[in-house]
Design a protein around this ligand. Structure first.
Ligand code: WTA
Length: 674
């Protein structure tokens, strides 16, 4: 028998023995999801964990009992909040639920900055390091809780002096520098609402967000380092603010010392703003349900939506999840290697770790700069114990090879985490073996900008199945519904959350109808997450990808329609359709089909121009990987672009019934694209 048949047969046996082959929601992203392989945590990794201690205190013997206890969710959150936060005035009621509107810890007077900073400086933690900051060129700066407290107070006083008041919005357009969390906390301290925009977004994207929330003041910096180059952020901020009439002042932090253009009267250097400012600033006593921040995220249609989060519930939800899932202890060195510009950074670089009094690493730059072992070097140098990152990063490290992590001592690591996209079991195993040396549990945490904190995630004592985020955490409740709203098992369906949770979004800024429509209209009083998910016979959840027209590129949400409008805003483009294609590293890549205006000659040069145009409109992460010029794109009779059909065609799959299309011939035309 030829040798290759032996191999094929062996492979077949492996697949049959190990479990099922599942397919992800978006066609052809085939991932081996192995339901039978269970990783049970070792005794040592479970003992003395925060969750175990809590179980002992409440006389809970088993994990099942714990989840059951969490089912009594109002009791649970009441109990949990006692361990984590300090109210100025206690609440009268845990929750008030008038679907889809919620209030948590009703009647409490609160400010998240009290828990993040003020309470620590009254204890020994005053001199504990809160952030170890490392710039891309290598400089290191440590901030104790007291250092942060003083910097925040000075900036809070400066904001007040500039006329910022409770409820006013402040836009923040800063890279990963310590001034970013300082600016956020300074806003929160005085009751202003921050709206951070990822520094990789374009000037136009920043302008749209600033205009939507009508920010009075914005923060930016001169420029910053990324892969050895400087990104001129002030220039982009200037471009944005030019057409943002609400902005009265721009506070500019000096990162590189580059010369920048200056608008006298409007622009203020950070250092000048805080000069002579008092080191104390009273923290504003707010209602626990007052807004803390807006964070814009992509949806299926229209412009990004400003997700609103409030002080009290968010503080409880984020700190609980970090304390239990990552077992955060006093002596840990925590590294959430995300960008603060996304929800992961808001919740798990800024607020939750500070509430828990943790020491965190804050790294400015690229993971592979100057060499592919920068991260492993950072872990070794600071003795990082808990690492939280994304499947995209793990897959790029896999490609670079084991020799890079193998150069470093990673033995301090005790738990690893993943977020942002489904983690394929191959990446999971690599992370587990090469980085965790088979002794670190992997916390695959499913959550969203809207949920504020982890929802479906293991605890250190949960048995794991690579590729599954396991079960909803105690106090949280998720289900998989079919189209009729009935719970289903062992089949793909709609991921829903069946009761409110503390970190829940409080709405979409200025758009209550969109809030109702997007999340609460498909099923009664039930939150629709927008992810296709399967629940297996053991109750484990397997998140398969977005159900809607939202791309997930390297763990970042980008609306198909946003990229399409960016393309169409180019003067030579008449129409555009954008789809996601499976990508080995990024999870998904962006492919676009473009109809040019009459008389325009397609060329490679024009493709380049269009990519740059999208980069300018939205930011580099949204630039299409592929551009195809076509004569037409398939549409329904009402003019809606049929992305599902385009995707099937592009992937070589069956396109199904095309008789309802207004222009069925456009489907075949796609393959003639150039
Ligand atoms: C996806 C990021 C699978 C999902 C925190 C969700 C995940 C969207 C996971 C939210 C995970 C996040 N496994 N998919 N562990 N975590 N997602 O708002 O599609 O940027 O709806 O929040 O990311 O993205 P967002």
């Amino acid at each position: 028998m030829p040798i290759r048949y032996v191999f094929v047969y062996l492979l077949y046996l492996c697949v049959m023995r190990e479990g099922k082959v599942e397919y992800m929601a978006k066609e052809n992203i085939s991932v081996l999801m192995d339901e039978k392989r269970v990783f049970t945590p070792s005794k040592e990794s479970v003992e003395n964990t925060n969750v175990k201690q809590w179980m002992e205190k409440h006389n809970i013997k088993t994990l099942d009992e714990l989840y059951k206890k969490g089912g009594d969710w109002q009791w649970f959150w009441d109990e949990i909040s006692k361990d984590l936060v300090e109210w100025y005035r206690p609440y009268k009621k845990v929750v008030e639920w008038n679907p889809p509107w919620v209030k948590w810890f009703v009647g409490a007077e609160y400010n998240i900055v009290h828990d993040a900073l003020d309470k620590h400086v009254k204890t020994w933690r005053k001199n504990k390091v809160a952030f170890i900051y490392e710039g891309e060129p290598g400089e290191v700066k440590k901030y104790t809780y007291n250092d942060l407290y003083i910097e925040v107070n000075k900036m809070a006083n400066a904001l007040k002096k500039l006329g910022v008041k409770k409820g006013d919005r402040v836009g923040i357009y800063l890279p990963m520098v310590p001034e970013l969390p300082i600016a956020m906390l300074a806003c929160a301290k005085i009751g202003a609402v921050h709206s951070v925009v990822f520094s990789g977004f374009s000037a136009l994207a920043f302008r749209d967000r600033v205009n939507d929330c009508e920010a009075k003041v914005v923060f930016t910096c001169d420029s910053f380092y990324r892969r050895g180059k400087k990104v001129q952020l002030k220039k982009q901020a200037d471009e944005a603010v030019e057409n943002a009439p609400s902005v009265k002042h721009v506070i500019v932090c000096k990162r590189t010392g580059d010369t920048v253009s200056w608008n006298e009267g409007r622009d203020i250097w950070w250092d000048d703003a805080i000069k002579d400012m008092p080191k104390e600033c009273e923290t504003e006593h707010l209602d626990a349900n007052d807004p803390l921040f807006f964070l814009y995220t992509s949806g299926t249609t229209g412009k990004p939506k400003g997700i609103i989060h409030a002080h009290g519930g968010y503080a409880v939800g984020t700190s609980y999840t970090l304390k239990w899932v990552f077992d955060m202890k006093e002596e840990d060195i925590w590294w959430c290697a995300a960008d603060i510009g996304w929800i992961t950074g808001h919740s798990y670089i800024v607020y939750a770790p500070l509430i828990l009094g943790a020491t965190s690493v804050l790294y400015e730059g690229a993971p592979d700069w100057p060499q592919p072992d920068r991260w492993w070097d950072i872990i070794e140098r600071y003795g990082v114990t808990l690492l939280y990152t994304s499947p995209t990063s793990i897959r790029s490290f896999m490609r670079q090879g084991e020799e890079w992590p193998d150069k470093h001592d990673l033995s301090t690591l005790r738990l690893l985490g993943s977020v942002g996209e489904p983690i394929n079991p191959e990446a999971w195993m690599w992370y587990y073996k090469v980085i965790g040396k088979e002794h670190c549990q992997i916390m695959d945490t499913w959550w969203q900008t809207e949920t504020g904190h982890f929802v479906i995630s293991p605890l250190p004592l949960t048995p794991l199945k690579p590729g599954s985020a396991t079960r909803p955490l105690p106090g949280l409740s998720a289900e998989v519904f079919n189209e009729e709203g009935k719970p289903i098992q062992n089949a793909g369906g709609n991921l829903v959350l069946t009761h409110p949770w503390p970190g829940m979004l409080r709405g979409i800024y200025k758009n209550p109808d969109r809030y109702q429509e997007t999340y609460w209209s498909k099923f009664d009083n039930t939150y629709l997450a927008g992810d296709v998910t399967r629940k297996d016979s053991d109750g484990f959840f397997w998140i398969q990808g977005r159900a809607d027209d939202v791309l997930n590129v390297s763990g970042h949400r980008i609306g198909n329609s946003e990229v399409e409008s960016a393309l169409v805003s180019h003067p030579l483009v008449a129409e555009a359709a954008v789809i996601g294609k499976p990508h080995e590293i990024k999870g998904e890549s962006i492919a676009s089909f473009v109809v040019l205006r009459k008389g325009t000659t397609p060329s490679e040069e024009l493709k380049k121009q269009l990519r740059e145009h999208v980069g300018k409109e939205m930011g580099k992460i949204a630039r299409p990987d592929e551009i195809w010029f076509v004569n037409d794109v398939p549409k329904t009779r009402s003019g809606k672009i049929m992305r599902r059909v385009i995707r099937a065609k592009a992937m070589g799959n069956d396109v199904g019934d095309t008789s309802t299309l207004a222009n069925p011939e456009a489907v075949d035309g796609l393959s003639k694209g150039q």
